[in-house]
Structures are given as structure tokens and as C-alpha cells.
Design a protein around this ligand. Structure first.
Ligand SMILES: O=C(O)c1ccccc1NCC(=O)[C@H](O)[C@H](O)COP(=O)(O)O
Length: 253
């Protein structure tokens, strides 16, 4: 783990410890990705808010765990208008799996984000996805080499930030898709003002994604007004009927 991690909630400390122990893939992956920007543009043309809907069986801040079939969940999110999907592959704290990602990506034709805590280059080779998440806080000085290593394999890279220094680091590293996480991993508290505060510092040619804590149509509008090109939404879609929930949120404008 990188020195720059700083203080994090005990749940996140546990996530990082298990992530550090997880092996990488045996062979270098080579991805031909489905374009996230094309998927967002298609959604905009249809009048849908570009939403990356997340298959998230559980999390440290969720009660219980769903045993619903991830492929059925994914298809209902797409029927609800999701432009892209995110699939948790972290097993211990989020109930995710590599198999879930593989099955979902095979079953749909939209871009699929691998949502995990990737800390080392070899972990990029665990499985193919169209987009991969790198979290600036956990990578520190390794962010730029990891971004390059991911792009060399064909991945589109979503770099997640929560603070202005992390945003500056992401921009310096050359990130062209940046997710501002409204969830503070030090306390697990969510504050939508995070996106509002940081978004004005994001260059116009960067695709900006508002992550976490978006529950209502008003939240969607608030994040869009702050400048988000797309939104990553998990709990509010998973809680109840995923198709109806996705339809409500993608139809917010
Ligand atoms: O969701 C959590 O409880 C969580 C706890 C600790 C670290 C990360 C966590 N979430 C990861 C995510 O990035 C979210 O799943 C994603 O942004 C969607 O958030 P939400 O719409 O609030 O479910």
C-alpha cells in the first residue's frame, strides 16, 4: 500500500489489507474497450442522464446482502436506461466477484467498469473490463505509472479523487476521466457538496463523474448543475426495483 493513504475508516483499512493480499492475473490482459464517451453521448442524445449503474451486492455501509443474479440486475438497469454498468469485484466487503463481472460483460453491450481496490500492476491483469477504477488516495506516487500501465492494456481509466490535492494529482498524471467521490473514505460520510466544491477545478476536456450518495432526482440535477458529465450510482439503484430506480434517475432532466 502506498504511503499517501493517510487515515481511513477501519472498514476501509480492512478493505485495503485484503486488497494488498489479493493476487494478480497470470497473463497480461489486452482489452478492446467499449467507449464510455460514446455511451454517454448516446444517452444524452436520447435525453437520458448518463448513469453508470452499479451492481453492488453489499457494502460496509449497507445492511444485508442481495443474492439476486448479477446478470438479471444488470439487464434491468439497462432496461431502465443506464448508459454503462459498474460491477464490484471486491469479494470480502462488497460481495463482488470476478465471475460476476465476466458474466455481466458477456451479457450486455454497454461499457462495464471494474469496481475494486487495485493497488499493483499485476492486479490489472485479473480480468478484462472496459473501464477500470484507480483511486488516487491509495496509489499516491504510483498513480501515473498505474494509469499508463492500465492504458497500455487498453483500459479506459476512471481516476477517483476526493480532495483538491488528489484532483491535482489526477490531472497531472493525465487522467481524462475523473470521478469525484462524495464519500469521504476517512469517515465514510457522504456530502454532495464535495462535487460542487471540486468540479470548477476540473478541465473542460476531462469527463467528470459524480460518485456516491446520489439518491434522488434532485441529487441528480444537483450533480449535473455542478458540472458532472455522468453519475456513478449504486445503493439508490440496488435498493428496491433496479429498473424503476434507474428509470427515475436517468429521467431526471
Ligand atoms: O459504499 C460503501 O459503503 C463504501 C465503503 C467504503 C469504501 C467504498 C465504498 N463504496 C464504493 C463506491 O465507490 C460506491 O459503491 C459507488 O460510488 C456508488 O456509491 P453509492 O451510490 O453511494 O452506493
Amino acid at each position: 500500500m502506498n504511503e499517501s493513504t493517510g487515515e481511513v475508516a477501519p472498514e476501509v483499512q480492512s478493505i485495503l489489507e485484503t486488497a494488498a493480499d489479493r493476487p494478480g492475473g497470470d497473463e497480461r490482459v489486452s482489452v478492446t474497450p467499449r467507449s464510455l464517451s460514446a455511451a454517454f453521448a448516446a444517452a444524452e442524445r436520447d435525453g437520458r442522464v448518463p448513469v453508470i449503474a452499479e451492481v453492488k451486492p453489499t457494502s460496509p455501509t449497507t445492511d444485508g446482502e442481495t443474492d439476486a443474479d448479477p446478470v438479471a440486475l444488470a439487464k434491468s438497469m439497462i432496461d431502465g436506461g443506464a448508459a454503462a454498468l459498474s460491477v464490484l469485484t471486491e469479494p470480502e466487503h462488497f460481495g463482488g466477484s470476478i465471475e460476476n463481472l465476466q458474466r455481466v460483460r458477456e451479457a450486455v453491450d454497454v461499457p462495464v467498469l471494474r469496481k475494486d481496490f487495485v493497488l499493483r500492476e499485476a492486479q490489472l491483469d485479473t480480468v478484462e473490463s472496459d473501464v477500470i477504477l484507480l483511486i488516487a488516495r491509495f496509489l499516491g506516487d504510483d498513480l501515473e505509472p498505474m494509469l499508463e500501465a492500465a492504458r497500455d492494456r487498453g483500459f479506459q481509466v476512471l481516476v477517483e479523487v476526493h480532495t483538491k490535492p488528489e484532483l491535482d494529482a489526477a490531472i497531472d498524471a493525465g487522467a481524462d476521466i475523473i470521478g469525484i467521490n462524495n464519500r469521504d473514505l476517512a469517515k465514510l460520510a457522504v456530502d454532495l457538496a464535495t462535487v460542487e466544491r471540486l468540479a470548477p477545478n476540473v478541465p473542460d476536456d476531462v469527463t467528470l463523474i459524480a460518485e456516491s450518495g446520489v439518491s434522488t432526482v434532485d441529487d441528480v440535477r444537483r450533480m449535473r448543475e455542478a458540472g458532472a458529465n455522468g453519475l456513478l450510482i449504486g445503493s439508490a439503484i440496488m435498493d428496491g426495483d433496479p429498473q424503476t430506480n434507474t428509470q427515475r434517475l436517468t429521467g431526471a432532466e
